[in-house]
Design a protein around this ligand. Structure first.
Ligand SMILES: Nc1nc2c(ncn2[C@@H]2O[C@H](COP(=O)(O)OP(=O)(O)O)[C@@H](O)[C@H]2O)c(=O)[nH]1
Ligand SMILES: [Mg+2]
Length: 204
């Protein structure tokens, strides 16, 4: 927990979860952030917020996770949640064809944005009740050029993995945690257009 020089750089990314009600969005977040699973996860009201970090060795990715609800019924509100998100995990339930169709419409909606999209076929532990074949979803994801994994918030299968893979794929130049260990983090400039008096990192 030291904040001394040599600490890995921390990059913050907003991540949203989207998908039909009860596909397991909240459970995936709780599994990822706390390593826990609840058979009776309370329905999400509005949106829940959690953070979790993924260490990639020389850099640390800190996810600011918005677990949405409401958009399941009021789809028109969804852009409020995913606007500005670096990544979206679009979740369906492998035992529900309907939820897969809904996920596909989310993918289409987000494709025109800069958001990195990951598709999660959740409840992979319920293989006996499967309605969506793994190969079908994989082929769709390949077609759309998005990341895909089957996950289980219950068993934990692929939960760390999907977030890790997102962390790997995210471009690491946005919003970096301004130089921890330099005593304060007000690195000025960067965004502004008017910058005379160059600092240490101008040009090249
Ligand atoms: N078997 C199984 N059940 C799950 C899994 N993930 C979530 N659930 C159950 O599905 C229900 C809805 O989960 P929840 O996370 O609230 O869904 P959300 O509405 O998408 O946030 C809950 O009863 C969970 O216990 C999973 O991976 N496997
Ligand atoms: Mg929820």
């Amino acid at each position: 927990m030291a904040g001394a020089a040599g600490t890995p750089k921390v990059f913050h990314f907003k991540l949203v979860l989207l998908g039909d009600a009860s596909v397991g969005k909240s459970c995936l977040v709780v599994r990822f952030a706390k390593g826990e699973f609840y058979e009776y996860q309370e329905p999400t009201i509005g949106a829940a917020f959690m953070t979790q970090t993924v260490s990639l060795g020389d850099v640390v990715v800190k996810f600011e996770i918005w677990d949405t609800a409401g958009q399941e019924r009021y789809k028109s509100l969804a852009p409020m949640y995913y606007r500005g998100a670096a990544a979206a995990v679009i979740v369906y339930d492998i035992t529900s064809k309907e939820s897969f169709d809904a996920a596909k419409s989310w993918v289409v909606e987000l494709q025109s944005t800069d958001t990195l999209i990951a598709l999660a076929g959740n409840k992979s532990d319920l293989d006996g009740d499967r309605q969506v074949e793994r190969e079908t979803a994989q082929a769709y994801a390949d077609d759309m050029g998005i990341l895909f994994m089957e996950t289980s918030a219950k068993s934990g299968q692929n939960v760390q993995e999907i977030f890790h893979e997102i962390a790997v794929r995210l471009p690491k130049q946005s919003k970096e945690d301004a130089e921890v260990g330099k005593g304060g983090f007000a690195v000025r400039g960067q965004a502004g257009g008017s910058s005379p008096a160059g600092g240490c990192c101008g040009g090249s």
